[in-house]
Design a protein around this ligand. Structure first.
Ligand code: PLP
Length: 390
């Protein structure tokens, strides 16, 4: 991400007073979408998972950027998430609600122009009841449990359903889908077991488009693509092939701004619980991002920050993370001037999301979706036509 390119600003918190700056590169996001779409080829639909506010990055900006990149199929988890993005999209777009409709919200889901993923016999019954009431044939996706034991009809459920008279009456099935539990471990035997189970189960249904793969599944190869893939993480720059080079562009940069520095002597404690004690003369910087910003407390004593002008030096985060700040040992910078307000990278070009997540004992998904509302958010879009920034 070019640091100097004029960014487009969109945030409630002005840059000059923000403690942290979250930069989201919509051009990189669009490039990632095109990479994935090209990888599956023109015969396969490349949808986008934009649940949890587009993995914390802001669905209001991410969804239109994906639309401009050519995406027409979107997955959210909840009705409210779908309703929020529906006005951003044309009638040429389909929004699937992964969790299906909570009881009593079927009519609202339909009125919002959304399509439920029907995960259980009960959800199917309720959706058919709405179809019966309205006299219309209602679009739906059907989920099958191919082995993750989370969502979808089991083999037994499917048998129960198909034993009914006209089991899909009132439904206009758009998609049959399932989800892989271990796609990020290509050699895991569960992958082939799920593939086989999915094929066996869907063969019992009338022919309809099928989807099995999310980000990592897409990289397992063409056998896994079926008619539609549903990447989320890879769009946002999370490595879909853990342990191998990341084929995606980084989308997120997280910076914390410096409040003050101090010189401390050996034996001096830093932070709550005296969690760090200097063993040499040290220069400590206090940065204005803490767990109140969703920056994980678990990263205290394990993570790093980087001064963008000295990307060769990893600066250890020392002591416990506070709610509103964290401490970094900047001794290695020597006498490099560090003015108040200077932005240091917590996630950035020289410190990938995965490294920060690993230091916190978590995954990029959780780190991204946890990033709070207190950052100044910069949306960078080098490809956006004038006026798209409203
Ligand atoms: C979240 C989700 C996706 C996207 O998964 P990624 O690993 O982020 O690509 C796709 N399908 C379903 C059912 C999901 O829940």
């Amino acid at each position: 991400m070019p640091v100097d390119a004029a960014p487009q600003t969109f945030s409630a918190i002005p840059a000059d007073c923000a403690g942290g700056i979250l930069t989201i590169d919509l051009s990189a996001l669009a490039a990632n979408y095109r990479t994935l779409r090209d990888r599956v080829g023109p015969a396969v639909t490349c949808a986008a998972a934009v649940k949890a506010d587009a993995y914390g990055l802001g669905a209001a900006r991410v969804v239109p950027a994906l639309y401009r990149a050519g995406c027409r199929t979107f997955f959210v988890a909840h009705l409210a998430e779908g309703a929020a993005i529906r006005p951003l999209l044309g009638p040429d777009c389909t929004i699937f609600v992964l969790n299906g409709a909570m009881p009593g919200t079927e009519a609202a889901l339909h009125a919002a122009g959304l399509v439920p993923v029907l995960n259980s016999l009960e959800q199917i019954t309720r959706w058919r009841a709405l179809a019966h009431q309205t006299g219309a044939s209602l679009p739906a996706a059907l989920q099958l449990d191919s082995g993750m034991s989370r969502f979808g009809l089991s083999e037994e459920d499917l048998g129960t359903l198909l034993a009914e008279n006209a089991p899909l009456a009132g439904l206009a099935p758009k998609l049959v889908m399932s989800h892989l539990a271990c796609a990020d471990e290509p050699a895991h035997p569960a992958n082939h077991a799920q593939h086989t189970a999915f094929q066996r189960l869907r063969a019992r249904l009338p022919a309809m488009p099928a989807s099995l793969a999310a980000s990592s599944g897409l990289f397992l190869g063409p056998d896994w693509h079926f008619d539609m893939v549903r990447p989320g993480a890879a769009l946002y720059g999370i490595n879909p092939t853990p342990g191998q080079p990341n084929p995606m562009h980084p989308v997120v940069r997280l910076q914390a701004r410096l409040i003050q520095t101090r010189q401390i002597g050996p034996g001096t404690a830093v932070g709550y619980g005296a969690g760090f004690i200097a063993d040499r003369p040290s220069r400590i910087a206090t940065l204005a991002v803490g767990y109140g910003d969703g920056f994980p407390r678990a990263i205290g004593g394990r993570g790093h920050a980087i001064l963008p002008t000295r990307p060769d030096i990893m600066l250890p985060i020392v002591g416990r993370i506070s709610m509103d700040c964290l401490a970094v040992d900047v001794t290695a910078l020597g006498s490099t001037p560090l003015a108040a307000g200077t932005a240091l990278d917590l996630i950035g070009p020289h410190h990938p999301l995965e490294e920060a997540a690993a230091a916190a004992g978590t995954i990029g998904y959780e780190l991204l979706t946890g990033l709070g509302a207190r950052y100044h958010r910069l949306y960078r879009d080098d490809t956006s036509p004038q006026g798209e920034n409203a």
